[in-house]
Design a protein around this ligand. Structure first.
Ligand code: N01
Length: 533
């Protein structure tokens, strides 16, 4: 066997998860190969280059904590990291820890087959490469497989077509162009104000109105930044003690109905002025009690009506079919204001869906909207798309796609029963997407590293979750979700945005604090639910 093809571990993906996993495994003395489909590191921030792309969590929190010198020396320039700055950060980390020498870029992993006799995984790539390793780590991301809408004629559109999640590296200029955009999720909400400023005109095709809160971006005050750095360790630990892993948003103590209407209104107004996700953290029961939720939802609808001058357009932009926060709350900069521009029009495609796309137009019923460019802000096959895109076979006659036919099943979002030595960073049934992503990534990478270290230390060949432990965890995940309002929305959390995808609520919403405590308790009980062989 060619020695250069053999590694202790293979990591798929060089986003924030894959990068830290590589660093962590290498520091344990393991040989590691990382495959990355993109031409560089950064994952989400490599691909999502659409105008206005930014993180919706503040940069001082949305950053690595594993290396104190890194967090002390890096200076974020803005409150919310812009895509270019986040990508610079990813590249800085790659340089600083000399990560690139173990990453093969521009290469998609096509298959991963396990040999049950040797317990080794063999991977093949779209460039004809083959690599073998005992440990396989999927750092493939939760929002990395763009979803193209199944609309008649979309492939025959003769102008330029963009997907927000595959934006061209060289950018795009829309000056003098008639642009159409399909979708009004987080990506569209950030893209629309920027394109509207450039384009001759912009037509927004909206199926579902979304709640959005002003981000109030701005430069990061150097004094505040330095003060934050001084307390970094404290703040990072405080984040673990909150439901969503964000120190800034602690745990509320009052129900929305513990206070008077006036006090509640004042609290919402303050949260609106703060911007960001603050509004969702005003009361304990906003995501569990429909009536409480409605108080926050109506507050936001009223802000939309105050902002958008045309009452008909304002009403179309008011979300009424899902509780606020049950779809990812969008953060924007002048999104609703954009609808006051003369060159922007909103087309409701809920009542009458898009009929077809013609080479130079989008047709909705009897109306033909001529466009030169089409932007698809139509989202992703979230949480399972990227893993299922690889032909993963466990060597006992089962593929991951078969195993997940009724929806994803994992133990702690970390491993899958029947698939030994295969780990997922922030997989389904983990808090990942419902938390500060980098915090959850670091937690998972550390757990995976501990498991692998245990295999080495105790001369085990493999680790796999017990089927019963997995079943119980999946049921618990569903029970927790059903005790909230989350399942009330047809969201990507539910797989509802992909025709035919099983509807199962995928993220763990019991909170970061509870999740970490559960993991800790499992470890203290000899990694209960894991089988070592
Ligand atoms: O995707 P989405 P996204 N006809 O799935 C519409 C993260 N993120 O890329 O709701 C008409 O939310 C679809 O309509 P509907 C964040 O977690 C973070 O915007 O299905 N419309 C919806 O409006 C976010 O939640 C940041 O009825 C069609 C839109 O397309 C996640 O990524 C920034 C359609 C898709 O919205 C995904 O966000 C960006 C059709 N045939 C993203 N098909 C930040 O950190 C789809 N749609 C700030």
């Amino acid at each position: 066997m060619d020695a250069s093809k053999n590694f202790d571990a293979i990591v798929v993906g060089a986003g924030f998860g894959g990068m830290y996993m590589l660093h962590r495994l290498r520091s344990m003395g393991l040989t590691v190969r990382v495959y990355e489909r993109g031409g560089g590191v950064g994952g989400t921030w490599y691909w999502n280059r659409y105008p206005g792309a930014r993180c919706d969590l503040e940069s001082m929190e949305y950053s690595y904590s594993f290396d104190d010198r890194l967090q002390q020396e890096w200076n974020w320039s803005e409150k919310y990291g812009t895509q270019p700055e986040l990508l610079r950060y990813a590249n800085h980390v790659a340089d600083r820890f000399d990560l690139r020498r173990d990453i093969v870029f521009g290469t998609k992993v096509v298959s991963a087959h396990r040999d049950p006799t040797t317990n080794l995984w063999t991977l093949t790539t779209d460039t004809g490469g083959v690599a073998i390793a005992r440990q396989l780590i999927l750092a493939t991301g939760n929002l990395s497989t763009p979803q193209l809408p199944k609309i008649a004629g979309v492939a025959e559109f003769s102008g330029r077509t963009f997907h927000t999640g595959r934006w061209p590296q060289e950018g795009a200029n829309f000056s003098g162009r008639q642009v159409g955009i399909i979708g009004t999720g987080s990506s569209a909400v950030q893209t629309i104000p920027h394109v509207a400023e450039q384009a001759l005109n912009l037509t927004v095709f909206q199926r579902t109105a979304n709640f959005s809160i002003p981000a109030h971006h701005g430069p990061l005050d150097a004094t505040m930044r330095e003060a934050h750095k001084k307390k970094y360790n404290e703040i990072r630990e405080a984040a673990y003690q909150t439901p969503f892993g964000i120190a800034k948003y602690g745990s509320p103590t009052l129900s929305a109905f513990d206070v008077s209407d006036e006090d509640r209104q004042k609290t919402y107004e303050d949260a609106w002025k703060t911007g960001g996700q603050a509004l969702l953290f005003c009361y304990t029961d906003l995501l569990t009690n429909k009536k409480s939720n409605e108080t926050a939802a109506e507050f936001v609808r009223q802000r939309i009506r105050d902002t958008v001058k045309n009452p008909h357009v304002a009403e179309l932009l008011c979300p009424k079919d899902h509780p606020i926060g049950t779809k990812r709350l969008c953060l924007d900069s002048f999104y609703f204001e954009t609808y006051n521009r003369d060159n922007v029009r909103l087309v409701d495609v809920k009542e009458t869906p898009i009929t077809r796309i013609e080479p130079n137009a989008v047709v909705v019923g009897d109306n033909v909207f001529e466009i030169d460019d089409l932007i698809l802000a139509t989202g992703f096959d979230a949480m399972t798309g990227a893993a299922k895109d690889i032909d993963i076979q466990n060597g006992n006659g089962e593929s991951l796609t078969d195993h997940w036919a009724q929806g994803p099943q994992t133990y702690l979002g970390l491993m899958v029963a029947g698939f030994p030595n295969m780990y997922i960073i922030t997989g389904p049934q983990s808090p990942g997407v419902k938390s500060q992503m980098i915090l959850s990534i670091e937690h998972h990478v550390d757990l995976i590293a501990c498991l692998i270290q245990k295999l080495h230390d105790e001369n085990f060949n493999s680790v796999v979750p017990e089927a019963l432990a997995q079943d119980n965890w999946v049921s618990h995940n569903t029970e927790v979700a059903n005790s909230t309002l989350y399942p009330a929305a047809a969201s990507w959390y539910m797989g509802a945005n992909i025709p035919g995808k099983p509807r199962i609520f995928m993220p763990y919403v019991g909170g970061v604090r509870q999740y970490r405590a559960t993991c800790q308790e499992i470890i203290e009980n000899g990694w209960r639910g894991f089988e070592f062989a």
